[in-house]
Ligand binder design. Structure first.
Ligand code: HEC
Ligand code: HEC
Length: 354
């Protein structure tokens, strides 16, 4: 279940959602017969004509040619980021459709701008209490105007024949403990990065694990301007693992462009890696937390954001290791500690020279 703390957090974020967010869809906006959801009032047409409304069924989006056998539509490709967001051991598949002939504006290599009409999907599966993997939901993001994305989750039917739009999210989906996020939740995580995409980026696609990667985008002329090389994280493997983990799991809230990184509480707390200009660990914004006192100091809690060589005194480690709703990090999207992620960050903190 979502904690009260997480609910309060959502309200704060919803209130901040002034210019580029759609209004929260409520069930009354489901038109039923038309097969479409309400369109954000400020959505712009893709290329003249009317903006495309959100579909009620996953099969009506452009993901599948044949949903019954999972055959992808022409132009849809699978991809994976180099570093994953932990969602309580859910397994995920990700898909992308770049509109034909369009390219991504990569003039700021750390913050790409995507073409209108670009669509990404993310499918979630998780084990139920009997240990059987259940396909739960597929999320969709579609760009409708600069900086404005439609975002919605579709919950799979028991017979897997299709998945139904769930604009308000869903608790304990399909007999598991999985929480399907509402549209507001989507934006809470995705909106603090200028063009809202978090895992289809220069740093996250600099890998050769298969699926669409940076080199393929360069070869296909999809990046404008194209980078001359891929990006690797600075440091030894221990540092790379921790920096990559913190980037993927924390950077979407804690980054220089997010209002939450620079206010009085979380002053200068950033885990987002700006790779294009960085070659050493000490240059990363993450490293600024080493030897920086916590702003939320409470008796009995670690005094430093990161204490070099001392995980016990490091708030970053403490906040990752707790699921106390008032203190846990991340604040959203997880109810179970990620032991592997925690081990990776702990190992890096312990490896730093005091
Ligand atoms: C807890 C924060 C969080 C919430 C809530 C969330 N996302 Fe994401 N999402 C992420 C992160 C981080 C990534 C990239 C890392 C990954 O995929 O493992 C991502 C990736 C995606 C992707 C693949 C494209 C990309 O940005 O990398 C899609 C599509 C997506 N999310 C859609 C949604 C939709 C739709 C919702 C709401 C129904 C939603 N997300 C809610 C954090 C979140
Ligand atoms: C959904 C947004 C969100 C995500 C994701 C997130 N945080 Fe936070 N974080 C916050 C907010 C808001 C605060 C300030 C409120 C508080 O202290 O709980 C905060 C505060 C903190 C603080 C306290 C800073 C201080 O000076 O006292 C630490 C440390 C921290 N986060 C670490 C992390 C780590 C590590 C991750 C990833 C594992 C993470 N956060 C992911 C929103 C987020």
């Amino acid at each position: 279940m979502m904690s009260n703390r997480a609910r309060r957090w959502n309200l704060i974020l919803a209130a901040l959602c002034i210019t580029s967010c759609s209004t929260d869809a409520d069930p009354a906006t489901l038109s039923g017969d038309g097969g479409q959801l309400a369109v954000p009032a400020d959505a712009q047409p893709e290329s003249g004509g009317s903006p495309r409304a959100l579909e009620l069924l996953l099969s009506e989006t452009d993901l599948y040619a044949d949903i019954s056998i999972g055959k992808l539509a022409a132009g849809v490709q699978e991809f994976r980021p180099a570093y994953f967001l932990w969602t309580d051991s859910a397994t995920k598949r990700r898909f992308v459709r770049l509109p034909p002939g369009e390219s991504i504006d990569s003039s700021d290599m750390d913050y790409w701008r995507y073409p209108i009409g670009m669509t990404l999907w993310k499918e979630f599966s998780r084990e139920n209490s009997e240990g059987i993997s259940v396909r739960l939901e597929t999320r969709m993001m579609r760009k409708v105007a600069d900086g404005d994305w439609q975002m919605i989750a579709y919950v799979w039917r028991d017979d897997l024949s299709d998945a139904d739009a769930a604009p308000n999210g869903l608790s304990d989906a399909r007999g598991t403990q999985h929480e399907v996020p509402s549209e507001t939740d989507c934006r809470s995580c995705h909106r603090a990065i200028p063009d809202n995409v978090l895992g289809f980026t220069a740093i996250q696609l600099s890998h050769d694990y298969g699926g669409v990667d940076l080199q393929q985008l360069i070869d296909e002329g999809r990046l404008s301007p194209p980078p001359t090389q891929g990006f690797s994280l600075p440091g030894d493997p221990t540092a790379q693992l921790a920096l990559g983990y913190l980037h993927a799991n924390c950077g979407h809230c804690h980054n220089p462009l997010s209002p939450f990184s620079w206010d009085t509480v979380t002053d200068q707390l950033s885990f987002w890696l700006e790779t294009a200009s960085i070659s050493t660990v000490t240059e990363t914004s993450t490293f600024q937390s080493v030897g920086f006192r916590t702003q939320t100091a409470t008796a009995g809690l670690p005094p430093w954001r990161i204490a070099a060589g001392n995980a016990d005194d490091s708030s970053v480690v403490y906040r990752m290791a707790t699921r106390d709703p008032d203190l846990q990090m991340p604040q959203l999207g997880t109810e179970v500690v990620d032991t592997a992620g925690l081990a990776a960050v702990t190992a890096w903190v312990e490896s730093l020279q005091p």
